[in-house]
Ligand binder design. Structure first.
Ligand code: ATP
Ligand code: MG
Length: 559
């Protein structure tokens, strides 16, 4: 059982009202999640999943997973599988079996015939362009099609011939007969069926007419006995059409559509079409690239399902569109991992330190807590030797004000071990830093009597002799956090420096772990061991940094 993810939002209030009013038999609740299998799911879909499945669970109901596969040319089984995988990963279980809108093609065809018999639908011979051009606009009513008043018999025959493959693509459509002067443009005789001679991934060549979303969706909901059909705000103006189409359904209980605002997150693109372009044009390595806002990308990046559910819970359900700061998502993963993952030391951008007074060949073991915020996580030992690595950025030859780390003549503590003082800087021929030579205060070892001398900085470190070679990937946002719509194509705005690969050094403890394990690398952030890891050479993705107070201070100083 997953954590309840829906608070008391307005969608939930509607569900409660229906329960109180006994709108549905036995006060049942059945929601659905209806993805179109034309891409991988993204963070916005996660919101919809949490809302639909969350309500199903909370009100002792259930949630159907229905693939909305009415568009034969764009869909793929790869997407179907990834979507099922994503829903399960988020911690939800749909009511078996999995549904497909295409399973209802025969029934939907019968519903369309019923509308024709009711005088509510007709076959139109106009071209798509003509239909578009005669629709009118907000100020002008549309024009009736010359084919609008065909008899039911004639329409039934033509529709049957459309189904039988008599006509080429685009030569005829089935339209709803509603009102060409309706103030709601959606209601001006919308198209219900179109001819597409294309093979469908599930029904093959059985059909050459396919229902439009506006027709298939309400009726699929009705067939399944869905009570609350929750969708995003752009469908609000289509709600009258949703209800209109339900006239074709003669069951006792009809679903109702409730709209909520789409989730947008700063730095994240939430459009399958755009994400597909990024994959197709090679801007990222694939749908599950850890920079992608897809659920599979976020998963590979190292986010936990709990953190995503918590995020969806915290943002609530809105009635008007807004954009959530990605910082909230990052807060959720830090909060989730902070007490539950071990902390280890890894030096991402190493520079060698030699402790000139520390005996060669000597190894001491330093005992460190695995997680100071969780005593149950226990302790581990880390080898300490004469030759070590620290981060290059923890050393400054000419320190700026308020830099409290290592620099010539200054002292720092090496985490859990000794205080060291920098005596000498050794350079390569090109002037770059080669190694730092230091003296170790042998009386300062942490935890020993008289060791409580205080110095301002404490650095993480790794012993050279036992260091694990590892690759670390750091990520930056694909889209800048302060991005404004300036009319430019989103592809032009993509950050071309969003990936940094480092050859890093880690403490030996790391080799005890496996792909998929998460850590905090001390002072460096949260990381996950990626599936690209090889035996003896792990690869890590940075999930999120720790809040970098130093970077903030520097920014303040600059401004
Ligand atoms: P996209 O624009 O990414 O293609 P879509 O709406 O076309 O999204 P569907 O597969 O039809 O994708 O979406 C399945 C469900 O997820 C729908 O109920 C849809 O309303 C919902 N959904 C899609 N995007 C978001 C979002 N950004 N926030 C909340 N719900 C969303
Ligand atoms: Mg859609």
């Amino acid at each position: 059982m997953t954590e309840k993810t829906t608070g008391n939002n307005f969608v939930e209030a509607e569900v409660r009202a229906d329960i109180a009013a006994h709108t549905y038999k036995n006060d049942r609740v059945l929601t659905r999640f209806p993805p179109e299998p034309n891409g991988y799911l993204h963070i916005g879909h996660a919101k919809s999943i949490c809302l639909n499945f969350g309500l199903g669970e909370k009100y002792h109901g259930a949630t159907n997973l229905r693939f909305d596969d009415t568009n034969p040319t764009k869909e793929d089984m790869e997407y179907v599988e990834s979507i099922m995988n994503d829903v399960k990963w988020l911690g939800f279980q749909w009511k078996e079996p999995v549904h497909y809108a295409s399973d209802y093609f025969p029934q939907l065809y019968e519903f369309a015939c019923r509308l024709i018999r009711m005088g509510l639908a007709y076959v139109d011979d106009q071209t798509g362009q003509e239909i578009h051009d005669t629709r009118g606009d907000l100020k002008t009513p549309g024009t009736d099609s010359p084919w609008r008043n065909r008899t039911a018999e004639e329409n039934l025959k033509l529709f049957a011939d459309m189904k039988a493959g008599v006509y080429p693509d685009g030569s005829k459509v089935l339209r709803a007969k509603i009102d060409m002067a309706s103030p709601n443009l959606v209601m001006r005789d919308p198209v219900l069926y179109r001819i597409v001679h294309a093979s469908h991934q599930r029904t093959g060549g059985t059909w050459c007419i396919y229902p439009m979303y506006d027709f298939a969706h309400p009726l699929s909901d009705a067939i399944e006995g869905i009570t609350h059909s929750i969708c995003t705000l752009e469908f609000e103006e289509r709600r009258p059409l949703y209800n209109w189409c339900l006239q074709a359904f003669d069951g006792p209980e009809k679903p109702r559509q409730i709209e909520f605002a789409r989730l947008n997150v700063t730095t994240m693109i939430t459009s399958k079409r755009k994400l597909k372009r990024m994959v197709d044009e090679g801007v990222v390595a694939g749908w599950d690239d850890p920079r992608m806002p897809t659920i599979s990308g976020i998963r590979r990046r190292g986010y936990t399902p709990e953190s995503i559910r918590r995020f969806c819970d915290l943002i609530g359900v809105a009635k008007s569109d807004s954009t959530v700061d990605v910082a909230l998502l990052e807060y959720c993963i830090r909060e989730d991992l902070k007490s539950r993952v071990p902390r280890v030391m890894a030096v991402l951008d190493p520079v060698k330190v030699v402790l000139t007074n520390y005996p060669e060949g000597k190894t001491e073991t330093v005992t460190l807590e695995n997680n100071p915020e969780n005593p149950e996580a226990g302790v581990r030992t880390v080898p300490f030797t004469r030759n070590l690595y620290i981060e290059k950025e923890d050393f400054m030859e000419n320190p700026v004000k308020k830099f409290f780390r290592l620099s010539p003549g200054r002292e720092v503590r090496l985490k859990g071990a000794y205080i060291i003082r920098c005596d000498e800087v050794v350079k390569n021929e090109d002037g770059s830093l080669r190694e730092i030579r230091c003296t170790c205060d042998m009386a300062s070892r942490s935890g020993t009597p008289g060791s409580d001398r205080k110095v301002k900085g404490t650095l993480h470190w790794v012993s050279e002799e036992t260091a694990v070679d590892m690759t670390v990937r750091l990520y930056d946002y694909l889209i800048p956090p302060d991005d404004q719509d300036d009319g430019r194509d989103f592809m032009e705005k993509i950050n071309s420096h969003s990936l940094t690969v480092m050859e890093a050094k880690g403490e030996p403890e790391i080799l005890r772990y496996h792909r998929g394990d998460r850590f905090q690398f001390l002072r460096k952030g949260y990381f996950i061991m990626d599936e690209d890891s090889r035996d003896g050479h792990p690869v890590f993705n940075r999930i999120v940094g720790l809040r970098d107070t130093w970077a903030k201070m520097q920014k303040k100083q600059e401004s």
